[in-house]
Design a binder for this molecule. Structure first.
Ligand code: AMP
Ligand code: MG
Length: 376
């Protein structure tokens, strides 16, 4: 690193490097890459959210991720690579048809927010990464800082989201600082993350089929352009945990993606999702916020831009636009953290149709609300 051009404003023992999110300069990541090679834990931006990375091959390094996050040890980590050549070091070969589908998925979506669950090569990564499963989840992030850090460190990086476990994922370096300062070795600050929601996790379900284990930045519609069949794990289907399509039992069933069973992304206030016709939703939320204020509670509403003016809660936050749901994906976690910063105790959230990125958005929102959904 060139210390003349980088500001190090770390807290505790956590170094912070400011870098360009679009074109990191040669050498800017050298110190972070060196720390990574030595078994350090470094947070860095990706096109989904900020990740907390460590060398996936070193158990003591990976254990420091779990420790810093307070993450349950049965929740496996995604391994991030910068070059498809690294796949051969990490995974076992697939059958011909599955391999052809995997190739097409990688060609279409990598680098990008698609994670593939593949058979792990024994001994290739720490058993802490796979939580003892015989598969490993791998993706190639579409972010110049992430790609350069992986390449420069020479390590496959195990990297879950860089938040304390249970908190909303970080979309800014400031969120990482709030959660993990003093608990990790460094933060590469490359500005805002991209999509704002985590990757889509899929497994190849035989032949020309993929199964979505966790909805995310790559939509089912986009996957259907590449795979003949796209199925869902029960907990990942549209409607799962939203009181329709799936059921609460689905949401509680043992998912194939272990992380799906955890209450995640939760703000500190109690949140409820409200489904129905927009006018009925607004009327319900206005009545509920008024009643809660009467009781002396600090109220919040998470609304789409089109409806925000309808509410007069203590804290009305616009998640994004219904007409452009990508903006809502981008804004969700920041908004959940903002409710916490403003001490909001009760939150009502509008909902959107579960297609395209709306599916992943509602999946995260339902989890943030602990699956408390009311239909009006
Ligand atoms: P996070 O790192 O917080 O984005 O979470 C990673 C997600 O990938 C969690 O939902 C994990 O359960 C899932 N995952 C990681 N490895 C595997 C695997 N080998 N099989 C199935 N799901 C996995
Ligand atoms: Mg996470």
């Amino acid at each position: 690193m060139n210390t003349n051009t980088n500001t190090n404003t770390g807290v505790g023992n956590t170094r912070v490097w400011q870098v360009s999110g679009t074109a990191p300069q040669a050498g800017e990541l050298a110190e972070a890459a060196a720390l990574m090679r030595e078994g350090g834990t470094i947070a860095f931006p990706t096109e989904t959210v900020y990740g907390l990375g460590a060398d996936a091959r070193r158990t003591e390094a990976v254990e420091r991720i779990f420790g810093a996050k307070g993450r349950p040890s049965d929740n496996p980590l995604i391994v991030h690579i910068a070059d498809t050549a690294q796949l051969a070091e990490l995974t076992l070969p697939l059958g011909a048809e599955e391999a052809a589908l995997a190739e097409r998925l990688m060609a279409r979506f990598w680098p990008g927010p698609l994670t593939l669950v593949l058979p792990v090569k024994p001994g290739a990564v720490s058993p802490r990464v796979t939580a003892g499963l015989d598969t490993v989840a791998v993706r190639m992030p579409a972010h110049p800082v992430a790609l350069q850090l992986i390449a420069e460190s020479g390590c496959p990086l195990a990297a879950p989201s860089a938040n304390r476990s249970g908190r909303p994922s970080p979309t800014l370096a400031a969120h990482v600082r709030d959660d993990l300062s003093g608990r990790i070795d460094g933060i590469v600050d490359g500005g805002a993350a991209g999509v704002g929601l985590e990757s889509t996790v899929v497994e190849i379900a035989g032949g020309d089929s993929v199964r979505i284990l966790r909805p995310g930045g790559v939509t089912a519609e986009a996957l259907r352009e590449v795979a003949a069949h796209v199925a869902y794990d029960a907990v990942a289907a549209p409607g799962a945990g939203m009181g329709e399509g799936g059921t609460a039992a689905d949401a509680a069933a043992a998912p194939r993606s272990p992380g799906m069973k955890y209450a995640h992304y939760a703000p500190q206030g109690l949140m409820q999702l409200v489904k129905g016709e927009p006018d009925a939703v607004s009327a319900y939320i206005r009545a509920e916020t008024a009643a809660a204020r009467e009781r002396g509670e600090r109220t919040g509403v998470l609304a789409f831009a089109e409806h925000a003016a309808r509410y007069d809660a203590d804290c009305v936050l616009v998640v994004g636009s219904l007409a452009q749901l990508e903006t809502a994906a981008h804004g969700l976690y920041g908004a959940l953290r903002e409710f916490d910063a403003r001490g909001v105790q009760r939150i009502w959230a509008e909902t959107c149709p579960e297609h395209g990125i709306g599916h992943a958005l509602m999946n995260r929102l339902a989890k943030a609300a602990g699956h408390a959904v009311v239909r009006v």
